[in-house]
Design a protein around this ligand. Structure first.
Ligand SMILES: *[C@@H]1O[C@H](CO)[C@@H](O)[C@H](O)[C@H]1NC(C)=O
Ligand SMILES: *[C@@H]1O[C@H](CO)[C@@H](O)[C@H](O)[C@H]1NC(C)=O
Ligand SMILES: *[C@@H]1O[C@H](CO)[C@@H](O)[C@H](O)[C@H]1NC(C)=O
Ligand SMILES: *[C@@H]1O[C@H](CO)[C@@H](O)[C@H](O)[C@H]1NC(C)=O
Ligand SMILES: *[C@@H]1O[C@H](CO)[C@@H](O)[C@H](O)[C@H]1NC(C)=O
Ligand SMILES: *[C@@H]1O[C@H](CO)[C@@H](O)[C@H](O)[C@H]1NC(C)=O
Length: 536
């Protein structure tokens, strides 16, 4: 059935393309039987699927978190342990590589530092844009170690430009990507530049034929480390642009959408609903399918491309003929195989699952959602999903690799913006964050700082900013090619970000900040930690 269907797509594609018969594509959405469960629900809390995952994950994470705490200092309690999350910001490959080094420094399988083993104690992990690339590469490949991703996938991939997938085999990859977008078009969905962009990124981030084309966000639920609850629950964020009103970029109070292996949607008022990730692409009205269901729209490359789509910032017809060769020129050429370029090509288009859904007043009139990079509202750390009361997160390790300064380092302004927006959205678990001027004057932009230590009703934010400890890590976001030495230097620098430059006292201080949320007795060493690292 599936082979026949693919064959039909290829025949259809051949009519449109003047090129040789393109290879069979696994990219296109495919019709599927609709599930018995509702396709859309209001955002009254987390889904029952996520709730079941967390219920199974929590005891495993707690055992591992307890082991790590005991390794750091035998006097830490292992009772009543809190939920710990990690986020990786936007920032292209810079953020992917620093974020990877941070995880490596926390991963008991892959390093031997005081911090090693903390990764095994996490309950949630979120990423946006470059951080979403990182999280997708980790989760989509069933959570290998950073060392193995570095050696087997990233180093060779990043040594070639994004426009040169699979090195010498690039022409074959382009033929395959062309077939992919033609197949999506033949299935009834107009591809945009985000489709080939996601495909090119996938060649660098996912294993498997045609850049891991078989990987869907929802198929992560079938991977062994997910089914055994060995890993934190992954979440990737994106924003919607109200293109009908002539808007090109999201406003600062934009609704924040989240993608998980189970669901897509938002808790924010205006949307306040979720749909099942697996059935994205289905045309729905008031939560009911209009003409059956579709699967495979949630291609992982398309989603990681969505979370990092900054092409909307051009805000004019996507360059039909780019003056300089490179990514934009190649994407134009690929889309030109399917249709003449328009401004809509700058968005990741999803049939709106909340069309005619009364609870989603902001978007219920829109047939499509036009999604873009999750960091475009100046909140470059994917925190909103983790501030939701129903997620019961107590501590968030925030690895901020934003390029706020001209030298491409963070200055705290993204975290401050999230604090301001959280206040307005009524997300009261966000601790008070000072403006960036305070970060810079106090040095919170170049070393770890803890926010919310002293208030049991707040989440503690452990801020881990990118700083050039051992490598000039302020690489430009646009840099899409890293030599093997640069890839390795960036990851090693990320280890320094996660360990505060291999500080011998930092593991204890991290542990103190985590256990403080339990209200249990703390080792004496914690007092000086709080003096050094706690802002409030
Ligand atoms: C643990 O607590 C005991 C009793 O207060 C103290 O003697 C010991 O030094 C502490 N151990 C560590 C590693 O802090
Ligand atoms: C929604 O997007 C599809 C492309 O997938 C496009 O064909 C259609 O015209 C769009 N609808 C509206 C109302 O913009
Ligand atoms: C994922 O599963 C593999 C195989 O069982 C295991 O070796 C690996 O450590 C697991 N990863 C994590 C993060 O637990
Ligand atoms: C992609 O871009 C590279 C470099 O700009 C160029 O050499 C190559 O021909 C392009 N490939 C296609 C298929 O457009
Ligand atoms: C591709 O671009 C050319 C030149 O602008 C145009 O003539 C052609 O119609 C486009 N192809 C498609 C499929 O839109
Ligand atoms: C970090 O940046 C500072 C200021 O630009 C510079 O003096 C220092 O040499 C850099 N260190 C590394 C390891 O790149």
């Amino acid at each position: 059935m599936y082979n026949l269907f693919s064959l039909l797509l290829v025949c259809g594609a051949h009519l449109v393309s003047a090129a040789a018969v393109p290879p069979v594509s696994g990219y296109a959405p495919r019709p599927a039987t609709c599930p018995n469960t509702p396709l859309v629900r209001t955002a009254t809390g987390i889904s029952s699927s996520e709730s079941a995952y967390i219920a199974a994950r929590k005891p495993i994470a707690s055992v591992d978190l307890g082991k790590w705490l005991q390794k750091v200092n035998k006097n830490f309690t292992t009772a009543n342990l809190p939920n710990v999350a990690l986020t990786t910001s936007g920032g292209g490959l810079r953020s992917l590589l620093i974020g990877a080094g941070v995880v490596q420094a926390f991963d008991g399988r892959d390093s031997n530092f005081g911090t090693s083993g903390l990764y095994q104690g996490l309950t949630y992990q979120a990423g946006l844009s470059g951080g979403g690339w990182f999280l997708s590469s980790l989760a989509g490949n069933n959570y290998p170690t950073i060392s193995s991703l570095e050696t087997n996938l990233w180093t060779p991939a990043f040594a070639e430009s994004l426009v040169d997938p699979a090195g010498a085999a690039a022409p074959a990859a382009y033929a395959q990507i062309t077939a992919d977008i033609l197949a999506k078009q033949a299935a009834g969905y107009t591809p945009t530049v985000v489709d080939p962009y996601g495909r090119l990124l996938s060649y660098q981030l996912l294993y498997g034929p045609d850049g891991g084309v078989a990987d869907e966000l929802s198929s992560i639920t079938g991977l062994s480390n997910f089914t055994s609850h060995n890993v934190p629950f992954p979440i990737i964020t994106a924003l919607n642009v109200e293109t009908a009103t002539g808007e090109c970029t999201p406003p600062s109070n934009s609704v924040i959408y989240e993608f998980s292996p189970y669901e897509f949607g938002s808790f924010d008022s205006g949307v306040n609903a979720f749909t099942q990730t697996k059935y994205l692409g289905s045309l729905l009205s008031n939560g009911k399918p209009i003409k059956g269901c579709e699967t495979n729209y949630d291609n992982l490359g398309f989603i990681l491309g969505t979370s990092s789509d900054v092409f909307n910032e051009l805000c004019t017809t996507f360059p039909a003929v780019a003056s300089t060769p490179g990514l934009v020129a190649n994407l134009s050429a690929l889309i030109n195989e399917t249709h003449a370029l328009t401004t809509m090509d700058e968005y990741a288009i999803y049939p709106n699952p909340f069309y005619n859904y009364a609870h989603s007043s902001l978007v219920s009139g829109q047939k499509n959602l036009t999604l873009v990079d999750g960091g475009e509202s100046l909140q470059n750390n994917p925190l909103f999903p983790l501030l939701q009361p129903s997620r019961s997160v107590n501590i968030i390790l925030v690895n901020d690799n934003s390029a706020d300064t001209s030298a491409n380092f963070p200055d705290g302004s993204e975290l401050y913006q999230t604090y301001m927006q959280a206040q307005m959205a009524g997300l009261t678990k966000m601790p008070v964050i000072p403006p960036s001027s305070t970060f810079v004057s106090e040095g919170y932009n170049i070393r770890p700082t803890f926010f919310g230590c002293n208030d049991a009703s707040k989440i503690t934010i452990i801020y881990l900013p990118n700083h050039n400890y051992t490598f000039p890590s302020g690489e430009p976001t646009e840099k899409l090619e890293y030599t093997p030495a640069e890839t390795s230097g960036m990851i090693m620098n990320g280890q320094q970000v996660g360990t505060y430059g291999m500080s011998s006292t930092f593991p204890t201080c991290l542990a103190c900040a985590i256990v403080k949320k339990t209200g249990e007795k703390l080792p004496a060493a914690c007092a000086s930690c709080f003096n050094t690292f706690c802002y409030n």
